[in-house]
Write a protein that binds this ligand. Structure first.
Ligand SMILES: Cc1cc2nc3c(=O)[nH]c(=O)nc-3n(C[C@H](O)[C@H](O)[C@H](O)COP(=O)(O)OP(=O)(O)OC[C@H]3O[C@@H](n4cnc5c(N)ncnc54)[C@H](O)[C@@H]3O)c2cc1C
Length: 491
């Protein structure tokens, strides 16, 4: 067995969260080993947020051009996927090459190891033949992968996940999208706007089931207007592929066929691969439980999708900030402890970390490290119209026994919505705690629903009193001015 190599911190998985933690700790002067088995940067830049939003930007340009008729003359639109695929290949992903990202990390002083990392006892990580012993801790940022349901026949077919959908160069004529959540709807709308005949099949009784029912209705109507065939309440039972086409059989008589099948039925962390049993942590759960400073257990932190606190890049980045502060605080405490001279000499002798930590300006006190607070977690589904939401839905608030008031207004009845005319579908829905006089949740659907959301995020995060929200000035005629109408309708 290889002799363990002593380092300060080992980060397993350099996706959004892991790369941020590893890079910042390396910049702070710690000796950091970052392990990534696929591409540094993770899902978001290569198969997630960035390329999918490039696709959406292009699809929305087509949709806007199609709105010219009757508003500004006439326009003929000829969709072409080639520039979209080219932009994703060349600008977003460097043809799925992470050289720049690896150099970004090593440029900060980190040491990069390509491979699959696995815990091998407290503070120890094994990757291939190498073993690293972490002085201060191990950070797990291994993310999630698609959760593919155990549908009869599915595993034997060449179905797509988000990877193939993002990498596609030639669009198929038809596509089945299994799963009507945020990712499914975003991709379904994009492909439909580029001329693909898209069918969405969702087991629950509505699409975007985690959001307000009104949001599901608007999103479904918008996709149907783009030609997407949506079937809800259909549980897939069996999938066949005859060499060229897929057939999906639903429970009952439902049957759907298409050239491609995209499976977007959620994601899950694959905890059983991480060696968690070697540190006494249960690995049979869907996600890895953490406390509000992202501790898994002594000397182990987790960050990002893996924690199950929300599969968003902004959650991974937010958590990364807390982990960095906490690891630095632990490192400084270790160096300043009763046997500080001994520890410091190991650290200083090996890596010079104690000096650079002092220079890094970290607080050094675990007490001053912020605790994660997800009350005002924002989420945006980038369909057109966008569905932005923060905090609790009406149902969640009622289930918590909150004395709920709801304020609702349609965007089309605001001045800006009326001016906007075609494509102005949307609404503002506010969920207030009547006893506390604050908003606990809100949904903003519309052409700029995700942007309008920011004001509502501040309101929920800072618990701004309703009286203050009612007496602030909303610019005329903006979409966000509809918030004032929804406040007036709270009852
Ligand atoms: C199509 C799509 C669109 C999305 N759009 C948005 C969006 O608009 N906005 C948003 O906020 N979020 C979006 N997301 C979600 C976002 O991509 C994730 O929340 C984010 O990537 C999570 O970062 P992470 O660091 O937790 O994990 P990941 O980015 O998944 O990174 C984890 C990394 O760990 C590596 N790894 C796993 N196991 C090991 C191991 N044992 N050893 C070494 N390496 C390992 C993996 O290879 C991977 O690179 C989207 C996701 C998808 C799929």
């Amino acid at each position: 067995m290889a002799e363990p190599e002593l380092v300060d911190v080992v980060v397993v998985g350099l996706g959004v969260g892991g790369e941020e933690v590893a890079g910042r700790l390396a910049e702070a002067g710690l000796s950091v080993v970052g392990i990534e088995r696929d591409l540094v940067g993770g899902e978001c830049p290569y198969w997630g947020c960035i390329p999918s939003k490039m696709m959406i930007r292009a699809a929305n340009a087509l949709a806007e051009a199609r709105r010219v008729d009757g508003l500004a003359g006439t326009a003929q639109v000829q969709p072409d996927w080639a520039p979209v695929a080219k932009r994703i290949r060349e600008e977003a992903t460097d043809s799925w090459d992470d050289r720049v990202a690896v150099e970004r990390f090593t440029g900060k002083g980190g040491r990069f190891v390509r491979g699959s990392g696995r815990l091998d006892g407290p503070g120890r990580v094994r990757v291939g033949d190498q073993v690293f012993q972490a002085r201060y801790g191990v950070v797990l940022g291994t993310g999630t992968r698609p959760s593919v349901p155990p549908i009869d026949g599915l595993a034997d077919t060449p179905y797509w996940t988000n990877h193939q959908a993002i990498e596609v160069e030639q669009l198929p004529e038809s596509m089945l999208v299994l799963g009507g959540g945020a990712i499914g709807l975003e991709l379904a709308q994009v492909f439909a706007r580029f001329g693909v005949r898209v069918t969405v099949v969702e087991a629950l009784d509505r699409v975007l089931a985690v959001e307000e029912p009104e949001a599901s209705e608007v999103a479904a109507a918008a996709l149907r207007a783009d030609g997407v065939d949506i079937h809800t309440g259909v549980r897939a039972e069996r999938v066949e592929h005859d060499g060229s086409r897929f057939t999906l059989h639903g429970v009952g008589a439902a049957e759907f066929t298409a050239d491609r099948l995209l499976v977007v039925t959620g994601r899950r962390a694959y905890l059983d691969e991480l060696g968690l049993d070697t540190v006494g942590v249960n690995s049979t759960k869907r996600y890895l439980p953490v406390d509000d400073r992202l501790h898994v257990t002594d000397g182990i932190w987790a960050v990002g999708d893996l924690t199950g606190e929300g599969a968003f890049t902004h959650i991974a980045m937010y958590q990364a900030g807390i982990v960095v502060a906490d690891v630095l605080a632990h490192a400084r405490q270790a160096n300043a402890g009763p046997d500080a001279s001994g520890t410091a000499s190991v650290v200083g002798g090996a890596m010079g970390a104690s000096n650079s930590l002092a220079a890094s300006g970290s607080s050094g006190s675990a007490g001053s490290v912020p605790r994660a607070d997800y009350r005002a977690l924002p989420r945006v589904t980038f369909t057109d119209p966008e569905v932005g939401a923060v905090g609790l839905t009406e149902r969640q608030a009622r289930e918590r026994g909150i004395n709920v008031q709801v304020g609702f207004t349609k965007l089309g009845s605001s001045t800006r919505g009326w001016i906007h005319q075609v494509g102005d579908e949307g609404f503002i829905k506010l969920i207030a705690d009547a006893d506390e006089g604050v908003l606990v949740g809100a949904t903003s659907v519309g052409p700029a629903g995700g942007e309008v959301l920011s004001a509502l995020v501040v309101a929920v995060h800072a618990a701004v009193p309703l009286s203050q929200l009612r007496h602030m000035i909303y610019a005329y005629p903006t979409f966000h001015r509809a918030i004032e109408d929804a406040l007036r309708n709270l009852s």
